[in-house]
Design a protein around this ligand. Structure first.
Ligand code: APR
Length: 275
């Protein structure tokens, strides 16, 4: 159960014209059985060599071993396609309905779960992309496409067929297509990852709810610190303490709420609804 003082803060925000931003990480999808990034299931084997996601999810690896990188993404895409949104995702859909014009969702997840659950594309900034989409690896245009029909989720280690390899081709220039995701050796931008839009949302945010992230990436940190410096309230929901927990506790009326997001987020939405 969330504390009474936190409920009070939520009710005050609900009864005002204040802006709410929710920032999510892999933890919100953990209860949908999608492995987190830094959890124990993140490794990928190529031959006898094991690689971390931080090595696989790079432009450099894609340049060296494009088909291995595609195998890894198609495996992960299959895991995400089989998963279902959990009560945490559904609570955020409710939240958007309650505050349609003062709600922003910033997600680091590429799993498409927020959109599948029902959050709107206009209010959801997918700052690390979405693995169900592709674009030209050579950037012959800025267009982003739904992944070609013939490319389905694969089992771990399953090789790409000749037909699948043929689908990994850009229809405009004949070069290769890549997953529409931000890799570790790349930088944020507005056109693909809503970089400026996220910072603009942060500058207007009165309440920031951070959910299931280890705080290891750049833009989420910029968002959290901006809200903190603007004297906003930060609530951090996570099963473990993380770099955002202390910042949340130090923020005005903020708190670290220890627990699974699939339990805590519906409680938060109940508090907001009953105000
Ligand atoms: N409820 C809430 N939090 C949870 C739950 C849960 N049920 N399960 C796990 N967590 C928390 C973990 O304690 C951890 O803090 O979720 C966090 C997951 O951390 P990471 O695996 O590091 O994922 P994330 O923070 O989203 O990673 C950020 O880094 O690897 C890149 O681009 C990738 O988007 C990813 C980004």
């Amino acid at each position: 159960m969330i504390r009474e003082d936190i409920k009070k803060t939520l009710i005050n925000i609900a009864n005002s014209s204040k802006h709410i931003t929710v920032l999510t990480g892999a933890g919100i999808s953990a209860e949908s059985h999608i492995p987190t990034f830094r959890g124990p299931e993140g490794y990928w084997a190529i031959g006898s060599q094991e690689y971390h996601p931080q090595e696989m999810a790079t432009y450099r690896m894609f340049t060296d071993k494009p088909y291995e990188v595609w195998k890894w993404y198609l495996y992960r895409m299959g895991v995400c396609a089989k998963a279902e949104p959990n009560p945490g995702h559904l609570a955020l859909v409710e939240m958007e309905k309650i505050f349609p014009d003062r709600f922003t969702l910033i997600t680091q997840n590429v799993d498409n779960m927020h959109i599948r659950a029902g959050n709107s594309l206009t209010r959801t900034f997918q700052i690390h992309g979405n693995i169900f989409f592709v674009r030209c690896a050579g950037e012959c245009s800025e267009d982003v496409y739904i992944i070609p029909d013939g490319l389905k989720g694969k089992e771990k280690g399953e090789d790409l067929s000749k037909e699948e390899k043929e689908l990994l081709v850009c229809e405009d220039c004949g070069g290769m297509i890549r997953p529409h995701v931000l890799w570790f050796d790349e930088t944020y931008n507005e056109v693909y990852y809503r970089f400026q839009s996220s910072l603009a949302a942060a500058s207007q945010t009165d309440l920031l709810i951070i959910v299931g992230t280890s705080g290891a990436t750049n833009l989420p940190n910029q968002v959290a610190w901006q809200v903190y410096h603007n004297s906003g309230t930060i609530l951090d929901i996570n099963i473990e303490e993380n770099p955002f927990s202390k910042l949340a506790i130090k923020s005005g009326n903020g708190a670290f709420i220890k627990g699974p997001s699939a339990e805590i987020l519906p409680e938060i939405v109940d508090a907001l609804k009953n105000s």
